[in-house]
Design a protein. Sequence first.
Length: 256
Amino acid sequence: MPVFALDANAWIADIARNRLADRDRADAEERFRRTMDGSTQPMGLVGPDGRYRYVNQASQALFQYSAADVVGRHYSEFLSHEDTSGEHVARALESAFGRASVQRRVRRGDGSELIVEIEMIALGDGNMLFVGHDITERVALAERVEREHVRLRYAQEVSHVGSVEINLITGERWWSDEMYRLHGMEPQGAAPAYPEVWAQIHPDDREYAQQMTEEVLAGRTHEPFVFRLILPSGEIRHLLQHSRIEHDAEIGRAHV
């Protein structure tokens, strides 16, 4: 048999194998897209050039763009003007070995913005899968809580009122900044140990303070009581303590 016939057969076989491989890749990509569309989580497939190749139905619904509006455009075009740099994607993926998350403001089709946590997954073929989590409400809530904490700190500072929280199950305690100041201490991360606190109570008031605290923790009284502290400077300070027990479905907590 002529050699060129063997070469031709090998060439035909290579073509057949490549076509089968192409068909397998196409089938795999179609299955991948069907899986994306079956998800309620916003997802987008981004090519090596940073341009969208595909976005699922959930992504179109959340961000109010059609697939035609998105496919072929660079992902950075949809970020808020303050978040348009694309370098963070490469840095994040490199630092996380192919998987990373970033938080960004994303412009929607109606012009509004969402704060989105974007999970980026390198697929190994140069493409990236973007999975979005809308955290707008969560961030807004965290900001409101922080504003309330700032207001509370200011109100306690000007009124010289401190507060303590005690988790009755775990023993975890939290002191407000003003509570530290009332005890003649500088605010710090961890609440001072019990021996340090009880050592500050005037010797003549310790038994009474101990008794009243036990009554409060047992739920037998909520009456305020007065006791004296001896500050590190030697100054004697009178404190009026109000206490209450808050019952929670999961934890018990005493507010002092």
